[in-house]
Ligand binder design. Structure first.
Ligand code: HEC
Ligand code: HEC
Ligand code: HEC
Ligand code: HEC
Ligand code: HEC
Ligand code: HEC
Ligand code: HEC
Length: 484
């Protein structure tokens, strides 16, 4: 009878990678150097060994003080038994389930209570049933020789905590320290699940009750789930219906969302080049979340002077603002001359009767003068109280009191008749008082807005401009598919 090298595979029930060993004997015990390390006070430092002899695997109990059972039956100290597929070895709270495949012996190590294992049904066959009587003693001897030396060697390598002398019974308990070996980590799991539950509840709240996350209610126009429309038509291509994701999404700025929705037959949202460059955008002038009675359109009229004044020291993309028109809210006269850049190309494109003056070879001053007169004659309806021609339309004398010499003084004072003050067309509410300039009347913010400045245009101009605007809006990509 000769000892052979055995092939062992040790798997732990906690999911760690299986360990494969190719060696003479497998050491089981509480010493960290053991091949199968079982950390519990009821397990001995070197508790058991397994060896291969003649193709058979044998288990030997090397512990005097702690018990070892095989399939629920106690194996005495220094006693040997052979191992078969399905056997269960029990040491302290650990169960080692044996399985054999060809010449490989596998052990599945799990933390268990003894009662589960003692129910095992395998009847322990006598050692002699497999190995002839004569051989039994021989196997036992071979193993004892093998293990005697080894278990003594280990015990003699003392540590400061454990003196070299033979351990007294009970000493093991004093030195024993718990590790998290094979302990199921349910506490961490509980923590993770708590976090997950809270996260899910929050996501659910965002989904079902998004309003509670809003700084304040949206304005009525954005709460409504149907259109009201304006006299010129619709200004958006679908209702917002109190939704949040229409304006707020993960991958898009709020301002982009505004533009997408505000592309309709009567309105196509754009920004002026100067404001775009300065980072002044939809939400800078209109804002939202100010309660349901807030009117984002009217709020924009007020925004101009809140921002454009000497007291505002904020820089917008590096650009500062100041009180316009030479520190007075007046009209642009410099060195006693009109200083006007003319119509913006976008507006001019919608006024053919004006644009023709831009194409002549006149000097800049003359060109502007012609352009100004073209804008204000024959297409503008006179303000109440203004001198008119016989047909009630604007005439030269609406502004000039004399032509020889030319009256340059009165025209400058007429501007306020139309460009000051503003009463909202829907609510009839005074937005800008009569003695304050209406900035937007001269500085158009939305070129493609059919509602703009309608009250002062003659009907024929209104229709002509509306027709031109239809062409322009169509060229811009038109109104997006609407769900009306
Ligand atoms: C999902 C589409 C949608 C989005 C997105 C949207 N709006 Fe509107 N908006 C509408 C509708 C619909 C109306 C009301 C039109 C009507 O009733 O005819 C409206 C009305 C307005 C008005 C006029 C309200 C008034 O006071 O009369 C303004 C100004 C306005 N929106 C600005 C914005 C701005 C700025 C943004 C981006 C922050 C924005 N909108 C985003 C659909 C939208
Ligand atoms: C019509 C467009 C629009 C809709 C619809 C909208 N918001 Fe807003 N929201 C804005 C604008 C504009 C701001 C201000 C952004 C800024 O100042 O940069 C804002 C700001 C916010 C803020 C504050 C963010 C900050 O930076 O301070 C929260 C929170 C918010 N919205 C939540 C919501 C919720 C919840 C809803 C759905 C009920 C909603 N919003 C619907 C336009 C909208
Ligand atoms: C510099 C300020 C300013 C900026 C920037 C601005 N607006 Fe306006 N907006 C106004 C003013 C002022 C009005 C009112 C003009 C009028 O009715 O004549 C207005 C009107 C509107 C209206 C109502 C149109 C109507 O006919 O009732 C909508 C819708 C609108 N803006 C959307 C937008 C969107 C979308 C953006 C972003 C591309 C934007 N605005 C950027 C100032 C601004
Ligand atoms: C948030 C601040 C802010 C608001 C609100 C604002 N502006 Fe401006 N505006 C600016 C800045 C910044 C510039 C760029 C100044 C520069 O380029 O030096 C500018 C430029 C201008 C210009 C020069 C344009 C050009 O073509 O040269 C005009 C005109 C103007 N704004 C009018 C208005 C009107 C009208 C309103 C209200 C409807 C308004 N602004 C609202 C900040 C603002
Ligand atoms: C009667 C027409 C009219 C009114 C009303 C008006 N402006 Fe002007 N504004 C002009 C003209 C014309 C210019 C010269 C530049 C140009 O050709 O556009 C100008 C120039 C400007 C400039 C750029 C030059 C500068 O002085 O900084 C700003 C900014 C400006 N205006 C803001 C405003 C604001 C804000 C209001 C409202 C308080 C307003 N304007 C009211 C006609 C007007
Ligand atoms: C809306 C008011 C308004 C109306 C209407 C108007 N003008 Fe003028 N006109 C002005 C202003 C403002 C100036 C520039 C004054 C200045 O140079 O300070 C001007 C300047 C002129 C000039 C001088 C141009 C130059 O070389 O400096 C002539 C000529 C003139 N107008 C003729 C007319 C005639 C003819 C009509 C009728 C067809 C007319 N205006 C209608 C406001 C008006
Ligand atoms: C009878 C009313 C009335 C009077 C008086 C008047 N305007 Fe106008 N003005 C208008 C109307 C209406 C428009 C818009 C025309 C359009 O959009 O086709 C306009 C447009 C303008 C614009 C160009 C706006 C744009 O579309 O770019 C300027 C600048 C302007 N006016 C300045 C003046 C000045 C300066 C005076 C005084 C000398 C004056 N207006 C007197 C009614 C008037």
């Amino acid at each position: 009878m000769k000892l052979q090298s055995g092939k062992f595979v040790v798997t732990r029930a906690n999911g760690a990678d299986p360990m494969t060993l190719n060696q003479d004997g497998l050491v089981i015990g509480r010493m960290p150097s053991c091949d199968v390390y079982l950390n519990h006070p009821t397990v001995s430092r070197i508790h058991a060994g397994i060896n291969c002899i003649g193709g058979q695997y044998f288990l030997i109990n090397l512990s005097v003080s702690n018990s070892l059972t095989l399939n629920g039956r106690s194996l005495q100290a220094e006693h040997v038994d052979f191992l078969a597929d399905g056997d269960v070895i029990q040491l302290g709270p650990y169960a080692l389930v044996v399985s054999r495949q060809k010449d490989v012996l596998s052990l599945l190590v799990s933390h268990q209570f003894t009662s589960d294992v003692t129910n095992s049904t395998r009847r322990l066959p006598a050692l002699t049933a497999i190995i002839p009587q004569s051989a039994t003693a021989e196997v036992s001897d071979v193993l004892k020789v093998f293990w005697e030396k080894r278990s003594r060697e280990k015990e003699e390598s003392g540590t400061p905590l454990r003196p070299v002398s033979k351990p007294l019974p009970g000493k093991a308990q004093i030195n024993w320290r718990p590790t998290r070996d094979l302990t199921p980590s349910w506490r961490g799991g509980l923590f993770t699940w708590t976090l997950l539950t809270i996260a899910l509840a929050s996501i659910g709240a965002i989904y079902f009750y998004p309003q509670i996350f809003a700084p304040a209610d949206l304005s009525n126009p954005h709460i409504r789930s149907s259109f009201v429309g304006t006299e010129a038509g619709f200004i958006a291509n679908r209702p917002n219906a109190n939704a949040c994701s229409t304006c707020h999404s993960w991958n898009e700025s709020v301002d982009n969302a505004c533009v997408k929705c505000h592309k309709a037959d009567a309105f196509h949202a754009t920004n002026t080049a100067a404001h775009q460059a300065a980072g002044v955008n939809c939400s800078s002038c209109h804002t939202e979340h100010k309660g349901e009675n807030f009117a984002p359109r009217l709020a924009a009229f007020d925004s101009c002077m809140t921002c454009h004044n000497d007291g505002n020291k904020t820089l917008y993309n590096g650009k500062g603002v100041s009180t316009p028109h030479g520190k007075a809210h007046g009209y642009p006269v410099e060195d006693n001359q009109w200083k006007w850049g003319g119509l913006k190309p976008e507006t001019a494109a919608m006024s053919p009767e004006v644009i023709k003056y831009q194409e002549t070879g006149d000097s800049e001053q003359i060109r502007r003068n012609k352009e100004f007169h073209a804008v204000h004659m024959y297409r503008v309806a006179p303000a109440p109280g203004m001198k008119t021609d016989a047909g009630g339309a604007m005439s030269c004398s609406s502004c000039h009191q004399s032509f020889d010499p030319l009256d340059r003084e009165t025209p400058r004072q007429t501007c306020a008749a139309c460009h000051n003050g503003y009463v909202d067309r829907q609510t009839k509410q005074t937005v800008i008082s009569a003695d304050r300039p209406n900035c937007v009347s001269c500085h158009v913010q939305h070129y493609y807005d059919k509602n703009r400045w309608r009250e002062f245009l003659t009907d024929s101009t209104k229709n002509r401009r509306a027709a031109e605007m239809d062409v322009q809006i169509k060229n811009l990509g038109g109104a997006e598919a609407s769900e009306r």
